[in-house]
Design a protein around this ligand. Structure first.
Ligand SMILES: *[C@@H]1O[C@H](CO)[C@@H](O)[C@H](O)[C@H]1NC(C)=O
Ligand SMILES: *[C@@H]1O[C@H](CO)[C@@H](O)[C@H](O)[C@H]1NC(C)=O
Ligand SMILES: *[C@@H]1O[C@H](CO)[C@@H](O)[C@H](O)[C@H]1NC(C)=O
Length: 146
């Protein structure tokens, strides 16, 4: 019984630590309309972590929801990220205009991108804890492509 309580606690702590590593896309805002060929700012926020973490890299991708019955609600971008707009190392830091550390990236919407709703994703890879152990997490934002 003690063992199971302990393993529950350990699992809980790991889940909490992992959740604290989740990133958010603050910009562009949801349902903003962009044009193919536009350069847009993608602001990726990384909330404070409970465990030590080392950010390894990030990928920003765009997947069209056109052709899916149910639109973007029916699309799981983690199964297919779509067009890879940027891959980079990254180092979110504190700026005066946000509570949490972030980094701005500039990406170009592909000129031939299908019009309609699309899911923008930011996927990061981090090393967590003292082990460390590998961790990835994908944040998403639905936008409109004109
Ligand atoms: C986007 O950025 C690229 C590289 O800086 C530049 O050549 C291009 O003109 C920009 N496009 C727009 C639509 O501003
Ligand atoms: C997209 O992001 C929202 C939170 O912004 C989240 O609740 C949802 O699970 C995410 N969808 C996928 C498929 O990851
Ligand atoms: C990030 O981009 C936003 C939107 O363009 C801007 O308001 C903010 O000042 C930028 N932050 C930095 C550190 O450049």
């Amino acid at each position: 019984m003690f063992a199971s309580v302990k393993s529950l606690l350990v699992c809980g702590a790991l889940a909490l630590a992992a959740a604290a590593q989740n990133i958010n896309i603050a910009l562009p805002e949801a349902l903003v309309t962009v044009n193919p060929g536009d350069n847009i700012t993608v602001q990726v926020i990384k909330p404070d972590s409970l465990t030590g973490s080392t950010e390894v890299g990030i990928a920003i991708c765009l997947k069209s929801c056109t052709g899916y019955t149910g639109g973007c609600d029916a699309v799981d971008p983690t199964e297919a990220l779509g067009s890879v707009l940027l891959t980079s190392s990254w180092a979110p830091v504190y700026h005066p205009d946000e509570w949490y550390p972030y980094q701005n990236f500039t990406v170009t919407v592909p000129t031939s991108f299908q019009s309609g709703q699309a899911i923008l994703t930011a996927t990061h890879f981090a090393l967590l804890g003292a082990g460390p152990y590998p961790y990835t997490d994908t944040a998403n934002q639905t936008i409109n492509v004109a």
